[in-house]
Ligand binder design. Structure first.
Ligand SMILES: Nc1ncnc2c1ncn2[C@@H]1O[C@H](COP(=O)(O)OP(=O)(O)O)[C@@H](O)[C@H]1O
Ligand SMILES: O=P(O)(O)OC[C@H]1O[C@](O)(COP(=O)(O)O)[C@@H](O)[C@@H]1O
Ligand SMILES: [Mg+2]
Length: 540
């Protein structure tokens, strides 16, 4: 038996928008005892206390939980004359696909960020608008001109997202003008666009890469927005990772500043899985599956040679998720090194001592290393300023370095070893998406289209605790998801490999923490751990 009573505890000093008022309408709005200033978001952010009286062993007990609604920007915040139309499914002569039960999502429906908590430490919850079709939309489908662009590194599933955006726009909303922008952001102002039709995209999900091409760098805000205006685009779909979403957030802000009826939606992509708030990014599952093949090959090799040592280097710039999940799935890995954990190589308690022990006990060992691990050993001063066109720091080759260090050290100790080095690099991301990623990409793409038609902008789509939601881009770009060493998944890995803790007593000189992220003019970001999915940018 649980009684739930709502009471508004405090709100911030910003004016409420009509959009936020709508979300408030079912709650009793109380006095505002505290005022907090929201410095990061320019949209209202409202906090509520929810007091729940739970009966446990016949003892009533009060639990106080605070929650806020995520301020996903909406066109109505700056376009007062915004019109609305019935969803095309509802039209008498609808030719588009109709969902059987007409199950529209209401603006009161939300998805919360935390579903697991300790009764003694009630969490602060964030409620995100639930993704899906709305009964009323803010675009007349025949007047929609959509542009789709893919940016950053390749990722399995890019083509599936392009296909499903086109299919959903076309079949579910009747949009005809759908354009593919070529070669990333720069394609907005420097390339001819292609007209996308359902026929053209029919089979592209079977292929790796992106039929639109991609690039790093080339983000020129004014040129991009000018091109959007000149071409009459009113819905922009950006498929990319953290860098891309950073760009998309400024793009949506600029459209807002110019008071354009243009929505900007992003579909988060990266094999690194370093996007916060959402459960995981598309392509990650496929990349892990491919990475496991490299580990299997290493294991086969080392099993057939005396004192075989297999080193597998996997992608993962700042986050070790691919290395962690591929190692866990294979169960044949003796050691997994990730960017989040500093490690000592030589001496007592170091990596090589452990390698030596594995060889004495089992005659073989498999070591998986994420490319961003141990950068303090391989990045010298002359590297410090080396950035790629998007501003990402270039990495030193930790895999090759470990190969040499391990081989030469053991040789000096009189141990002959058979070294095998496998670096699958692009092979794990240039493939087509697997079945589960395909379905995932479909849901993401459809959610993005429904969100844009509903009038949301500056938003990212993705599942939070398994349910798809709309998330403000500003929240996505304030943090980077990394492996949480307090989380049970990391414990499982350590239990599975049996590796000791190689951490130095003091953090080694040059260790930049898991987050190497640093771009010109921006301060380095706070790490947001996976376990704590709430409150990017908020002080608890
Ligand atoms: N801070 C930023 N502001 C605007 N655009 C950015 C920013 N960071 C990256 N971009 C742009 O986003 C695109 C992709 O970024 P990149 O970091 O290469 O890949 P990803 O999106 O996969 O992280 C590039 O065109 C880059 O210029
Ligand atoms: O050689 P490239 O194209 O710069 O890509 C290398 C990087 O791309 C990734 O695969 C993914 O990075 P993004 O998602 O940021 O594009 C990283 O794991 C890797 O470090
Ligand atoms: Mg990135």
């Amino acid at each position: 038996m649980m009684n739930v009573s709502y009471q508004l505890a405090y709100c911030n000093s910003f004016t409420f928008s009509s959009h936020s008022k709508a979300l408030l309408s079912n709650d009793s709005v109380g006095k505002c005892p505290t005022r907090v200033k929201c410095t990061r978001l320019c949209y209202p952010k409202l906090w509520y206390w929810v007091t729940m009286t739970a009966t446990h062993n016949q003892e009533p007990r009060n639990i106080s939980i605070s929650y806020t609604t995520a301020p996903v920007p909406h066109l109505s915040l700056f376009l007062t004359q915004l019109q609305s139309f019935p969803h095309p499914f509802l039209l008498e002569n609808a030719t588009s696909y109709r969902p059987l039960n007409m199950n529209f999502i209401s603006e009161q429906d939300g998805v919360i960020n935390r579903i697991v908590w300790n009764k003694n430490e009630p969490p602060r919850l964030v409620m995100y608008p639930r993704a899906g079709p709305r009964e009323r939309v803010v675009f007349a489908p025949k007047k929609v001109k959509a542009a789709i662009v893919t940016c950053g590194g390749l990722c399995p599933g890019l083509n599936t997202v392009i296909r499903e955006l086109t299919e959903c726009l076309s079949y579910q909303y009747g949009v005809v003008d759908i354009f593919g922008v070529l070669q990333g952001y720069r394609g907005f102002y420097s390339k001819e666009w292609i007209h996308l039709t359902t026929e053209k995209v029919d089979n592209i999900h079977k292929m790796g890469g992106t039929v639109l091409g991609s690039s790093r760098g080339g983000f020129d805000l004014n040129k991009i927005v000018d091109s959007i205006v000149q071409n009459g685009i009113n819905q922009v779909y950006v498929i990319g990772g953290d860098g891309t979403i950073r760009g998309a957030a400024t793009l949506s802000e600029e459209c807002r500043r110019r008071k354009l009826q243009v929505t900007v939606a992003s579909i988060p992509k990266t094999i690194d899985n370093d996007i916060p708030i959402i459960d995981k990014s598309f392509g990650f599952d496929t990349a892990v599956q491919e990475a496991s093949k490299a580990i299997d090959a290493a294991h086969t090799e080392v099993s057939c040679f005396p004192n075989g040592i297999g080193i597998v280097k996997l992608m993962g710039r700042n986050s070790g998720f691919i290395a962690l999940y591929a190692s866990l799935s294979s169960r044949e890995v003796d050691c997994c090194l990730i960017p989040e954990v500093p490690f000592v190589i030589h001496g007592r308690g170091g990596l090589i001592e452990y390698v030596h022990k594995c060889l004495l006990e089992r005659g073989k060992m498999v070591l998986v290393v994420a490319e961003g691990a141990g950068q303090e050993y391989v990045r010298n001063d002359s590297w410090v300023d080396q950035l790629d066109a998007s501003g990402n720091k270039k990495l030193g080759d930790i895999g090759h370095f470990l190969y040499q260090e391990i081989e030469s050290t053991l040789k000096k100790q009189g141990m002959e070893v058979s070294m095998k080095y496998i670096d699958p690099t692009y092979m794990i991301r240039a493939v087509a998406s697997n079945a589960s990623d395909n379905i995932y990409c479909t849901l993401l793409a459809h959610s993005a289209v429904h969100g844009s038609f509903a009038g949301y902008t500056g938003f990212t789509v993705g599942p939070i605790n398994g349910r798809h939601a709309y998330i403000p881009m500003t929240e996505i770009v304030t943090a980077q998801k990394q492996v949480d060493l307090r989380d049970r998944m990391w414990s499982r890995l350590v239990n599975s490999t049996g590796q000791p803790d190689f951490s130095p007593k003091d953090i080694p000189k040059g260790f930049q923490g898991p987050c190497l992220y640093s771009r010109e003019g921006e301060e380095s970001l706070q790490t947001m751990k996976t376990v704590d999915k709430g409150f990017p940018g908020e002080t608890p």
